[in-house]
Design a protein around this ligand. Structure first.
Ligand code: HEM
Length: 296
């Protein structure tokens, strides 16, 4: 089966000039004499929407022009030599989506109260259908996401992808890294067992030792001068509302810049010098080589 036949029309790769579904090659003779006027996108989609009222995709596209954005994202050019290391950003994104989906299911059964939090986690693990599985995915998934984000950051660093014009995307990435670490930190307290309680006490105290903002930060995290019942509510709100919202917005900006600026070529291909004929002057002087400037 041809791939083109299963991709909905609005998302299909735009045809290159001279290329059409009818076959490649020269334009039909009558087109050469008087080429017909090309219908505008709105007209074309309008016809599709009237011809097939059930074509929901065309109906939505006519009103949003979203297919242009999607085809731009899906069919953007990538440089030669891209490899598996370039998938680490998408892998981080996938890990974030898994965390979001499993987190939503956990939130349906979790109670963010100092007296009931631990019992609700025990209930999820022991009584809820697939509860232990979903909880396990969320718990291990957080470590997976942290590992992947560091690997992705290392890839962009070692491939020089932080340089002009991608500095802003690097800065957005650094904020995403801090937010991801904060997600892991605030999530750790939620089971409210002995380990998570004392680990959070230590974590908050470490934050308090930071210069200038340290004491304010630890007061904010504790929701007051003492670690208490409100601390759990504070951590829960930060963990499931504040930071996910910020991460989603920043991932949107990050991906927009990736599509806008394109992907960086691997450094070993970027450094390649074009092969040119050796200048006659060098040949006369008996200089060997492929024409590349002499090494200094
Ligand atoms: C939630 C976290 C993140 C997600 C979901 C994410 C996602 C992505 C994706 C899908 C790409 C394009 C594919 C690729 O090059 O791998 C990308 C590119 C990029 N990311 Fe991230 N990223 C995240 C965090 C970070 C961090 C922590 C940094 C660095 C501090 C960073 C810096 C960059 C840069 C500079 C590019 C452009 C790469 C290039 O042009 O070759 N990202 N990111």
């Amino acid at each position: 089966m041809k791939l083109g036949s299963i991709i909905p029309a609005p998302l299909r790769k735009p045809a290159k000039p001279g290329e059409s579904d009818a076959g490649k090659g020269a334009a039909p003779a009558d087109l050469k004499i008087s080429p017909p006027e090309r219908p505008s996108d709105a007209q074309r989609l309008g016809e599709r929407a009237t011809e097939a009222p059930a074509d929901v995709l065309a109906w939505v596209d006519q009103r949003t022009a979203a297919s242009g954005l999607l085809t731009g994202m899906l069919y953007r050019k990538v440089p030669k030599g891209t490899n598996w290391f370039y998938t680490l950003g998408s892998a981080t994104l996938f890990a974030f989506i898994v965390q979001t989906v499993t987190g939503v299911f956990l939130a349906m059964f979790y109670t963010p109260s100092a007296t009931q939090a631990y019992a609700s986690i025990t209930h999820i693990n022991n009584d809820v259908f697939l509860g232990q599985f979903v909880h396990g995915m969320h718990k291990w998934g957080s470590s997976v996401m942290v590992i992947l984000i560091f690997l992705h950051m290392a890839r962009t660093f070692f491939f020089g992808a932080y340089k002009y014009p991608r500095e802003l995307n690097w800065v957005i990435g650094v904020v995403l890294l801090i937010l991801t670490m904060t997600m892991a930190f605030t999530g750790y307290l939620l089971p409210f067992d002995q380990r998570s309680f004392w680990a959070s006490v230590v974590g908050i105290n470490i934050n308090g030792t930071g210069p200038v903002v340290g004491p304010y930060l630890s007061d904010f995290l504790r929701a007051g001068p003492e670690f208490g019942a409100t601390t759990l509510a504070r951590f829960y709100a930060v963990h499931m509302l504040l930071i996910p919202g910020a991460i989603i917005a920043l991932i949107g900006a990050h991906l927009y810049l990736v599509a806008k600026l394109g992907t960086t070529a691997p450094p070993w291909l970027r450094g390649e010098r074009p092969k040119v004929a050796a200048p006659v002057s060098q040949l006369d002087a008996g200089v060997e080589g492929d024409g590349a400037p002499p090494a200094r």
